[in-house]
Ligand binder design. Structure first.
Ligand SMILES: Cc1cc2nc3c(=O)[nH]c(=O)nc-3n(C[C@H](O)[C@H](O)[C@H](O)COP(=O)(O)OP(=O)(O)OC[C@H]3O[C@@H](n4cnc5c(N)ncnc54)[C@H](O)[C@@H]3O)c2cc1C
Length: 456
């Protein structure tokens, strides 16, 4: 503004000062121009043009035309059928109207909002891709992925609840269970009448779960006895069924069991003080001589290779969760940068801000295109471990970068939980590590592209 003032002639400055006395703060509004001009009728055209130009610029800055905030820049939603798009719209409406208002408070308190379960029952989004005979809906993987991203866009914890229940637990039964087990357990889980959890990780065994599980199972007649500990198990404090993976003392192979949470000898202890996914109820589980009938052993799980089949499918789901998390952070940030003013204009108008926004959008777009193609391959039966792992790595790494840039663009306000972005930033850390860390999934890809295993 100083330069503008310097550029004016003395006559012009006089005119401004007189006008300012009368209409102080309105001076630079276009609406006050006729008033100002009445003082400068006899001025030269250069001064008048300069004044008009400045007034136009100011008006433009104050009321720029705002495009809608939407991170689906390449319209990946159009890959869905109209019916599928309708489902996605219903999920968005529910998430924004019913879940979003609760999320910050529940996240802060580390509690799960059980009241949202009834609404989710109506949305009918559990086990969407499973066979209708077993309570599924035989819908596409790409729809299921986009539904996950839509949920994560508002709250990654809620999405993780589904990732554990509908992804890990239901898929364990679907992939590793007999038809009788699928018929008995999957329909009530699809209706959210029964909730599932998935217990693989242990206090001393995370990445090395394929070879080093310490939890054991031992067959005694038609009963199995399980002993050990599990850590980080989502939904475990309230789930009806916990899928427990244990090493058979007899043949040393990993076997899976559908265990009732209330079985004697099984106790759960909630893990407190997390800096991510605080709504998810993660637990330490202790299993002391827990007795499970042979009919509850997953009949098609003979080794960790079967467990890995489940993880292959759910890792694709985590990649979609990362898309939603990054999208939620980016969209909140874009909105913020349009509203937050510094140096007399929205920070969205600065070149360096726009560079960061463009970088974030390009990463989200790359993630969306990658996972959409992955889901199409999955729909054609072409999902492989390495394809799922590559998407899990790329999307969770990108999500971490996008949420970090979001925080940066919000300055100090970015560390406030009430501004959402801090929540997405923390949650991105958990996505990065669970269901196989970046290193473990990179090793899966590395093994596939080099033909050499570098795990140990
Ligand atoms: C919020 C949350 C929810 C979870 N929910 C569940 C659940 O519901 N059920 C469940 O079973 N588990 C769950 N987990 C556990 C999760 O799957 C594990 O945390 C994950 O597999 C990594 O194991 P770890 O944390 O023990 O890390 P570690 O295995 O101890 O790894 C530590 C570091 O060492 C690196 N590393 C390990 N081995 C290698 C190697 N060979 N080469 C190079 N680097 C290596 C890792 O990449 C990592 O950076 C959850 C975790 C979190 C954080």
């Amino acid at each position: 503004m100083e330069n503008f003032w310097e550029s004016l002639s003395e006559k012009m400055k006089d005119a401004f000062e007189q006008a300012e006395k009368k209409r102080k703060s309105d001076l630079f509004k276009l609406g006050s121009l006729p008033h100002v001009l009445s003082f400068i009728r006899d001025m030269g055209p250069e001064d008048i043009l300069l004044l008009l130009d400045q007034a136009r610029k100011i008006k433009k800055r104050k009321n720029p035309k705002r495009p809608p905030i939407n991170a689906d820049f390449y319209d990946v939603k159009d890959l869905l059928t109209p019916d599928e798009q309708k489902t996605l719209d219903e999920v968005r409406a529910f998430m924004t109207s019913k879940v979003e208002p609760l999320t910050t408070e529940y996240w802060m308190n580390g509690e799960f909002p059980f009241e949202i379960i009834e609404g989710f029952k109506k949305l009918n989004i559990c086990g969407m891709t499973l066979d209708k005979k077993f309570g599924g809906q035989e819908r596409s993987n790409i729809l299921e992925g986009m539904v996950g991203a839509e949920i994560a866009r508002v709250d990654v914890s809620t999405c993780t609840f589904f990732g554990v229940h509908s992804g890990l637990a239901m898929n364990s039964i679907d992939i590793c269970g007999s038809d009788e087990q699928r018929k008995e357990f999957l329909p009530p889980m699809a209706r959210l009448e029964k909730i599932g959890a998935f217990a693989l990780t242990e206090p001393d065994v995370g990445s090395a779960a394929s070879s080093s599980l310490k939890t054991t199972c031992k067959r005694q007649g038609d009963t199995w006895v399980i002993n050990g500990e599990k850590k980080w198990i989502g939904n475990a404090t309230f789930a009806d069924y916990i899928i427990v993976w244990a090493r058979d003392e007899e043949d040393n192979q990993v076997k899976g069991f559908i265990v009732d949470r209330l079985t004697p000898g099984l106790t759960t202890e909630k893990i407190e003080d997390k800096m991510a996914l605080r709504i998810v109820q993660n637990a330490l589980i202790t299993l002391k001589d827990v007795k499970v009938k042979e009919e509850r052993r997953l009949q098609k799980a003979d080794s960790f290779r079967n467990t890995a089949e489940v993880l292959k499918k759910t890792r694709a789901g985590v990649a979609w969760q990362a898309v939603g998390c990054a999208r939620g952070a980016y969209e909140s940030t874009l909105d913020y940068t349009l509203k937050r003013e510094q140096f007399g204009r929205p920070i969205a108008g600065f070149q360096m801000t726009q560079d960061m926004l463009a970088q974030m959008l390009s990463q989200i777009t790359a993630m969306q295109c990658m996972v959409s193609r992955l889901s199409q391959l999955q729909d054609q039966g072409q999902l492989s471990d390495e394809r799922a792992s590559l998407a899990k790595v790329f999307c969770t790494v990108s999500c971490r970068q996008v949420t970090s840039m979001s925080r940066e663009l919000m300055g100090a306000n970015g560390i406030l939980i009430s501004n959402k972005v801090a929540r997405f930033l923390g949650d991105a850390e958990a996505l990065y590590s669970y269901e196989g860390t970046k290193q473990i999934n990179s090793l899966v890809v590395g093994r596939a592209i080099t033909g050499m295993s570098a795990f140990t």
